[in-house]
Design a protein around this ligand. Structure first.
Ligand code: ZN
Ligand code: FE
Length: 750
């Protein structure tokens, strides 16, 4: 037997820690009668095997890997046989810089769910049940490598049974770091004005009963607290809106199972795939039932399925089958994730707190995705996705930290070329989000043991963004790189495809970003590649914006500057337009030239058209008017399209606005107007792409920026060369990735 032995060393990179990879390797090696060892280190997993069936072993290593593993590369090198007699799992090794990819949090698996509801199982009803195939990862991780002592489970000692399972390579819980049971692990309890309910299922039963009775309960989950209430109880939903000061922004709903989701929404095949995917995101689908107050003014509903045992237990205990589950915070603050913070900040909002004792290491909102016209589109990237590596940039040597933009912000860190994009942080103009931003930077830099003096810091070119000011505080000028906002958008699309050299036409449409000329950009077309940079070749015809970015809150204020360019205007304060006084004040501001800025923002053009179609009130959340306009348009089957010509490098909005005003005065249905505007934009962009793509001999067109979250625009764009974001959001949550990509190729440090 020994004479034919071969041996090799195998190095596996990717998400291979905390996903049951080592026990899988152990079982695989034993089944092939191989000897050797496997160990975790900061660079992934290292294996040494010797024996006869090495080829079979290597094949199955990739094809049979655990569901939650994500192998980036496998390196095999021949070795001298050592004559080992068995196969072992060695303890983790410590090396210089950790480059291991950290697993995102996983939903509870089928095997654990069966045990959870099996009255003969020792973990029957235990809300922290997990195994190597499931459970929290990033949200409990305090440091690398991923071992129990480095998680928020460090303070609980395993009892004899848990520790036997933890040490048994044949067991599903072998090296499942958060393993615990009701005997040795953390518990849940319910706190309310009526007192505290502790012990076993009693707390969850009591919480379910309160939810059934119309109360609002704060529930601690994986990445923070949710505020929950019965989605089919309008009074409860109304009360939640009032207490949370959240007037109109849609709430997400968690349903007991897929069937319950189908009662209230259309869940087609692709939506089902996303709903049940490992990330368990909120999926936006067409709503069927009218749930009063849950998602006003939209036919879309955000749905998710239970992902942590406590959710399943709540439903099993009789909680309503559709629960509003919204990030627990006051309006626009980051999600509360510590027990103290939740109880302090949600006082007066939640009637009770269902508190779990296991600490959360960092906040993670639910992710939001949509079945897009161009494939899955991620609108908010957090739990289940972060901190997965989204790209590998060749030839970067020094670590880079990109601080993103301002709204819906994320940051990105590249270590040895691996780019990690953080979870969604929020809008940095809110102080608590700014604090979360600082925490997130510390967290990633510490986790990957990057020395701050080695960092190259990348930031938006806007001189006043909080992220820019922070970049200045972090790094000396020679270690800082500014990247223009819309170029970062286009680079984000190419970076997630790792296409560094492909020359494309890049169309970046969004609400706001600082332009090369200091104007507010947002309707930009570029030519170039990530490696060579992007040259602006066309843009929306400029308009004036009264009050600058503040105009984003008032569609009629944004409208004033666009409309001022038309030759003749009716009195828009009269019917059918009924613009409020703010419109006239904005016109006066424009005439005075005070606090007036030039803009090429498509987002503001959408606001202008929304105002003409009837949305004359202020918005209560970013992008609301454009979303309203899209939903309005979906109610029409008009095939008309307003003209949107490209003339001398400028997309001219005037013909469309003139037609819209005329059509409204003639009494055309605003839904038809909204539809024709969407079709017009899509047709105009298609024609512009054809002209510009031809003159620059390009075969790819990258679309990015928040406007391309508008599915109606995407559905009407028709060109096989088009592509957009999938791994990161096309909104400003994707900016940090684009910043790192552009900086890596421009930087003299790279
Ligand atoms: Zn499990
Ligand atoms: Fe943007």
């Amino acid at each position: 037997m020994v004479e034919t032995a071969q041996a090799c060393s195998v190095h596996v990179r990717g998400v291979v820690q905390g996903v049951g990879f080592r026990p899988f390797v152990y079982r695989l090696a034993r089944s092939r009668s191989l000897s050797g060892w496997v160990l975790n280190h900061e660079n992934g997993v290292e294996i040494y095997v010797e024996g006869e069936q090495i080829d079979d072993f290597l094949r199955d290593l990739v094809s049979h890997a655990p569901a939650a593993a994500n192998i980036a590369s496998v390196n095999v090198e021949p070795a001298e046989p050592k004559g080992l007699r068995d196969f072992t799992i060695r303890t983790s090794e410590r090396r210089a810089t950790p480059a291991a990819r950290i697993s995102p949090d996983l939903p509870v698996c089928g095997a654990c769910l069966r045990e959870l509801f099996d009255s003969n199982d020792p973990r029957f009803g235990y809300p922290y049940i997990n195994c190597t195939n499931c459970g929290p990862r990033y949200s409990i991780l305090l440091a690398l490598p991923y071992d129990r002592a480095n998680t928020t489970m460090k303070d609980w000692r395993m009892d004899a049974r848990c520790s036997l399972q933890y040490q048994d390579p044949e067991d599903r819980r072998f090296h499942a770091q958060p393993v615990a049971c009701g005997n040795c692990g953390p518990h849940y309890y319910l706190k309310s004005a009526a007192g505290c309910v502790e012990g076993g299922n009693a707390a969850i039963q009591a919480a379910a009963a309160m939810l059934g009775g119309g109360s609002i309960v704060a529930v601690k989950g994986i990445g923070g607290y949710h505020l929950a209430c019965d989605a089919l109880n309008p009074a409860a939903v109304e009360q939640l809106r009032e207490r949370k000061f959240r007037k109109e922004k849609p709430f997400a709903v968690m349903t007991r199972h897929l069937d319950a989701a189908r009662e209230i929404a259309d869940v087609a095949e692709e939506a089902e795939r996303l709903l049940t995917s490992q990330a368990r995101p909120i999926v936006l689908v067409a709503s069927k039932a009218k749930l009063d107050g849950v998602a006003p003014d939209t036919r879309e509903l955000g749905i998710m399925l239970p992902y942590t045992p406590v959710h399943h237990l709540l439903f099993a205990a009789g909680a309503p089958a559709a629960l509003v589950m919204t990030s627990a915070n006051r309006s626009s603050e980051p999600i509360a994730y510590t027990d103290e913070d939740a109880q302090a900040s949600l006082k007066g909002i939640a009637d009770a707190f269902l508190i779990g004792e296991r600490p959360i290491a960092r906040r993670m909102d639910d992710s939001v995705v949509r079945v897009g016209a161009f494939g899955p589109a991620i609108l908010r990237r957090a739990r289940g996705y972060a901190p997965a590596v989204v790209a590998r940039i060749p030839r970067t040597t020094c670590p880079m930290l990109a601080l993103g933009a301002d709204l819906k912000n994320t940051i990105a860190l590249s270590v040895d070329g691996d780019v990690v994009v953080s979870q969604h942080i929020g809008d940095l103009d809110h102080y608590p989000a700014l604090q979360a931003f600082h925490e997130c930077i510390n967290d990633l830099v510490t986790m990957y043991e990057v020395r701050r003096e080695d960092l190259v810091v990348v930031h938006d070119s806007h001189p006043q963004y909080a992220s820019t000011l922070h970049a200045i505080s972090l790094a000396a000028p020679e270690r800082r790189i500014a990247v223009q906002h819309h170029r970062a958008h286009i680079a984000s699309v190419l970076a997630e495809r790792e296409e560094w050299d492909r020359p494309v036409l890049g169309v970046a449409f969004d609400g706001t970003g600082y332009g090369d000329d200091g104007a507010i950009w947002g309707g930009e077309v570029f030519v170039g590649s990530v490696r060579s940079g992007f040259e602006r070749v066309a843009h929306l015809r400029p308009a004036l914006l009264a009050g600058g970015d503040a105009a984003a809150r008032f569609p009629v204020q944004a409208a004033a500057g666009f409309l001022a360019q038309l030759n003749s205007l009716p009195d828009l304060t009269a019917a059918p337009f009924c613009f409020p006084q703010r419109y006239n004040e904005s016109l006066r501001l424009l005439n005075s030239g005070l606090r007036t800025f030039r803009t090429t923002s498509m987002g503001r053009l959408f606001d202008c058209v929304a105002a003409l179609a009837g949305f004359v009130r202020p918005v209560t959340y970013e992008g609301q008017a454009a979303m309203w306009l899209e939903q309005l348009a979906r109610g029409s089957s008009s095939t008309a399209a307003y003209p949107f010509p490209l003339i001398d490098g400028e997309l001219d909005f005037r013909p469309a606005l003139e037609s819209i005003i005329a059509d409204r005065l003639h009494g055309l249905d605003p839904a038809d107007i909204a539809r024709a505007f969407h079709r017009g934009i899509a047709a105009g962009v298609t024609a512009a792409i054809r002209t510009l793509g031809h003159s620059h001999r390009l075969d790819g067109i990258a679309l990015s920026g928040g406007v391309f979250q508008n599915e109606l625009i995407l559905e009407n764009l028709d060109d096989p060369r088009l592509f957009t974001n999938h791994a990161v959001p096309s909104n400003d949550g994707g900016i940090s990735l684009g910043q790192i990509a552009l900086a890596a190729f421009q930087s003299r440090h790279a």
